[in-house]
Design a protein around this ligand. Sequence first.
Ligand code: UTP
Length: 298
Amino acid sequence: MSRVVTKAVIPAAGFGTRMLPFTKAVPKELIPLVDTPVLQYVVEEAVDAGAEDILIIISPGKEAIKEHFMPAEKLEERLKSSGKDELFAGIKKINTLANISYVYQYELNGLGDAVALAADFAGTDPVMVLLGDTVMDSAVSRGVSAQLVSVYEEYRSSVIALTRVPQEKISSYGIAAGNMIAERVMQLSDLVEKPSPADAPSDFAVAARYLFTPEIFAALRDTCPGLHGEIQLTDAVKKLLLTEKVFGCLIAGKRYDLGRVAGFVSANVEFALRRPELQESLGRQIMDILKKFNIKDL
Ligand code: UTP
């Protein structure tokens, strides 16, 4: 069966001010999760969901992103000639994952503005949108973007990933309003940006992954600058709700936001502990650190 969604857009142009000074010279989307840049996980998730063509939105100074996905002939030769076959295969794989192209966002006018730059790339096709600084760890065999594709295949309309958040975190996220129409599928009636817990219509937060019909580009063209003078993707989704059904997919999986210091550090500890070769020694070191800071229980 031919794939229904073969295009993905990854916004990766932002300043990453929450990770300064690291992000002064290095794109935050190349921040490592153990030994792999976060953006590589994101590209792999898109490919796993069926993406063949991927557009990465970058900005001047973030060309290292392009380099990461380009062939590195000298390095490959060296790895091959020194018999490091596993490393060679891992490096070679990076530039064969998908057809990756790039577009520049010269003025950083927000996430909505970044996604709008993908209009020509999308044409009349649906597109996945994956935030380039966030890893989604699926709890099932299919990745999170693949879960969105399944919902799209059934309803043929835009789909947004949702995760439940605790009450105290509701005011940090876009929160969905709507009715559950199937297990894990909500038909949205509204999105509320950063509500107080008392005003929040649910505890389902928008979670860094989207799948849009090309109608999103018309909605983005109609969207005026909002919070911080930026074009907000959430505002465009609210406009989209006026012209088509939008669904929320309560994903099976967890979100790791590497664009914040606490998220970056804790994700690295967790993913490192998953590696059998690191688990024992790292686990011991972490216990020692906790003892040193007299942390028993919080
Ligand atoms: P964020 O809002 O987390 O990124 O956007 P930021 O603006 O770089 O972060 P801070 O607040 O300064 O720390 C999520 C994703 O959207 C991209 C970012 O690069 C990030 O991967 N983005 C954001 C754009 O591509 N363009 C924008 O104008 C804004």
